[in-house]
Design a protein around this ligand. Structure first.
Ligand code: T6T
Length: 322
């Protein structure tokens, strides 16, 4: 064989190899629920894992408010590109997101729901929402029970408490409420005097908690179930000069809440593991697409509870949302 022909063959093989490698690169899309530190942290975890595994990761524009009316148009624009291998997203409604995600799935794009789920979240049984590969998110019911138990213990097992929630059709926060109610039942002298929904608007949460403080001057504790309701609850209690007198239990370890806990103005923070959730979506997605691995239908990363005793522990710092 002539030297020239050998060179040509080597070059052709190299081109073929590079083309195949490029074609094999997976492209995933992540569509968050709202612009907040929880999803920013999830994006960071997903990006780090994507980089490690050589996956291209596209991030949908962050919706400015919570709800299908904000999320669906962005979602549609994201998949309209036509070159996405897998989508992971936090559905902002258990029912309203089913048709659009089903359509995306039927077009050939596998879907993972992260943080929130569709229907009752059981993707193992036949239903109109059994198509996602998996639900990857916190055991919110268990977390709600833990918060109820810790708040009750802080209050000596007795007192009136108020719950600030966000959206009644969102799986994550509703399970926190259900778990909280179930947890309180163990303490017969604890009374839940009210629940309000702020629709993920911090100012609304602050106004609702202020009104609850006025209605119940003997209120002993408040639980805010996510970034907006927790920060709003904190704002209201501090605004009324009642920090310390009214115990504040919160969910989601933002820097604002961590600093408040350090100042003794907040009593408890449940931190989820958003970075791990994002990383797991990428990792399982790659395993599924490259190795045909069957993904568990439910994956539940743990959580960590911050209090006055552990908030400065070096080990605990990793759980603060970044
Ligand atoms: O608490 C998180 C998330 O788990 C929930 O589904 C919606 O609210 C947050 O994003 C915090 O704002």
């Amino acid at each position: 064989m002539k030297k020239y022909t050998v060179h040509l063959m080597i070059v052709s093989l190299l081109i073929l190899f590079v083309t195949m490698t490029c074609a094999a690169q997976l492209r995933f899309a992540f569509m968050p629920g709202i612009a907040d530190p929880f999803y920013f942290t999830m994006e960071k975890g997903a990006k780090a894992k994507a980089e490690e595994l050589g996956v291209e990761l596209l991030i949908g524009e962050y919706p400015k408010a919570w709800g299908p009316e904000y999320q669906v148009p962005i979602l549609k624009a994201l998949v309209a590109r036509g070159d996405i291998d897998l989508l992971f997203t936090a559905p902002t409604s258990t029912e309203a997101l089913i048709p659009v995600l089903k359509e995306i799935h039927d077009s050939g794009i596998p879907v993972i729901t992260v943080d929130t789920y569709l229907g009752d979240g059981d993707y193992t049984k036949p239903s109109g929402y059994d198509f996602p590969l998996s639900f990857i998110g916190t055991d919110n019911f268990l977390g709600g029970q833990v918060v109820a138990g810790q708040l009750a213990i802080m209050l000596g097992g007795k007192g009136k408490v108020f719950l600030e929630n966000t959206n009644p059709d969102t799986s994550s926060v509703m399970n926190r409420e259900l778990g909280f109610r179930a947890g309180l039942k163990i303490f017969p002298e604890m009374e839940l005097v009210g629940v309000e929904y702020c629709l993920d608007v911090q100012e609304t949460a602050a106004a609702q908690v202020s009104a609850a403080l006025q209605r119940h001057p003997d209120l002993a504790g408040v639980f805010g179930v996510n970034v907006f309701s927790a920060q709003g609850a904190y704002q209201a209690v501090v605004g009324a000069g009642l920090e310390g007198a009214v115990k504040i239990a919160t969910w989601d370890a933002t820097e604002t809440l961590i600093e408040a806990l350090k100042r003794d103005e907040v009593d408890l923070i449940l931190a989820q593991m958003p970075a791990q959730m994002g990383a797991l979506c990428v990792e399982w997605g790659v395993k599924h697409l490259n190795e045909g691995a069957e993904i568990p239908k439910k994956v539940t990363p743990g959580f960590f509870v911050f209090n006055q005793e552990n908030v400065n522990d070096p080990e605990a710092q990793q759980y603060i949302y970044k």
